[in-house]
Write a protein that binds this ligand. Structure first.
Ligand SMILES: *[C@@H]1O[C@H](CO)[C@@H](O)[C@H](O)[C@H]1NC(C)=O
Ligand SMILES: *[C@@H]1O[C@H](CO)[C@@H](O)[C@H](O)[C@H]1NC(C)=O
Ligand SMILES: *[C@@H]1O[C@H](CO)[C@@H](O)[C@H](O)[C@H]1NC(C)=O
Ligand SMILES: *[C@@H]1O[C@H](CO)[C@@H](O)[C@H](O)[C@H]1NC(C)=O
Length: 333
């Protein structure tokens, strides 16, 4: 057996973490031969709940979970970690101004960026889940200059999974028969779920999703808005935001990052742009990626971008640029 991976989960007393930590500890993410040391971080107010989560994890008697550390201080939590799942963020409260909410998150992710820089392994892989995820990842990276930009990511896999499931349901095929749905941009209602490269496997072979669905109007309108507004639909029904599906998406994101994507398929992650597709370098934007077995990734290039797609990709880009600029203006404070 290899050395345990040290995996930090922040917001560890929350809803998403409650589903996430058990999957990580069971081996669903890093495989059945990889032991893990879980580090759980939350704010002091949540200490009692966090202790309860630790008790339950202990009571699972899991073979791969070698150690559990629960903390309410940042510095020791980031020490020598291999993976950081940054789930905790400041939630929107009634009557809170957007700028104040953003400032509160900038403060959290600036501090965590510095802690990553100072205490984490330089090979750490970071996935930001707490919203605004793209901009929080941008801020964390900004304050962690010693860690390569490609080690920072934010979650858009939940959107990808939602898109994949909508297509599978429409076509009446299993989810696994649908691949290569792309998410471009921000994890928000301006994201662009793009099926131009998506494929479906049926008994008759592999087909493009566009041909198989045969209804561009549905794909261009209903499908896109359903995926964009799915988070809000879950909140309306559950009176709580997506948690189980978010946790499952974090697992998918990390598994693909550690194990690589399958031949011929790709996956979407918010990453630091290198300027591809006219998205300004440095902006954290969701792109389709091919990931190698060693965890290095490349943006899928040469996708033909229609005017329809360009317009949608630019709208979500503009939103992210504005948010980045606003975040930077409150950075030093
Ligand atoms: C993360 O950083 C290390 C070097 O510090 C590097 O080996 C690794 O490939 C990086 N990139 C990714 C995508 O994990
Ligand atoms: C980008 O998406 C995040 C996550 O949904 C959201 O919190 C943020 O407000 C969005 N940005 C803008 C400028 O709308
Ligand atoms: C799903 O894909 C498999 C091949 O991977 C195929 O045999 C099967 O017929 C497909 N299912 C449907 C409902 O088309
Ligand atoms: C509709 O979808 C097709 C295929 O995705 C795309 O090529 C086309 O530009 C779209 N048209 C409009 C008017 O939305």
């Amino acid at each position: 057996m290899s050395e345990p991976l040290k995996v930090l989960v922040t917001g560890a007393a929350g809803q998403i973490a409650y589903s996430l930590v058990i999957s990580i500890a069971k081996g669903d993410v890093f495989g059945p031969d990889q032991p893990v040391h879980l580090v759980l971080l939350d704010i002091p107010m949540m200490k009692a709940v966090l202790d309860g989560v630790v008790m339950e994890l202990m009571d699972c008697a899991l073979p791969l979970l070698t150690e559990i550390t629960a903390l309410v201080e940042e510095a020791p939590a980031f020490k020598d970690i291999d993976v950081a799942c940054l789930v905790g963020a400041m939630p929107r409260k009634e009557g809170m101004e957007r700028k104040d909410l953003l400032a509160a998150n900038v403060k959290i992710f600036k501090s965590q960026g510095k802690s990553l820089d100072t205490y984490a392994k330089k090979t750490v892989k970071v996935v930001v889940v707490g919203n605004p995820a793209n901009t929080n990842a941008f801020i964390a990276k900004k304050y962690a200059p010693s860690i390569p930009a490609e080690n920072f990511s934010c979650l858009t896999r939940l959107d990808q999974n939602r898109g994949q499931a909508q297509i599978a349901s429409r076509l009446g095929v299993p989810n696994k028969n649908v691949s290569n749905v792309i998410i471009w941009g921000n994890h928000s209602s301006t994201q662009f779920p793009d099926v131009s490269q998506a494929k479906v496997t049926t008994s008759a072979g592999v087909k493009s999703v566009q041909k198989a669905v045969g209804d561009d109007d549905w794909l261009n309108n209903t499908f896109i808005t359903t995926v964009q507004k799915r988070g809000a639909a879950v909140i309306a029904a559950r009176k709580l935001s997506s948690a189980m599906s978010a946790a499952k998406a974090v697992c998918d994101h990390l598994r693909d990052w550690f194990m690589g994507t399958k031949e011929g398929t790709f996956t979407s992650m918010g990453i630091v742009s290198d300027g591809s597709y006219n998205i300004p370098a440095g902006l954290v934007y969701s792109f389709p990626l091919k990931i190698a077995k060693d965890g290095s990734y490349k943006i899928v290039q040469d996708i033909a971008i229609s005017d329809f797609a360009r317009q949608k990709m630019d709208a979500t880009k503009k939103e992210l640029e504005e948010e980045r600029d606003m975040a930077c203006s409150v950075c030093e404070g």
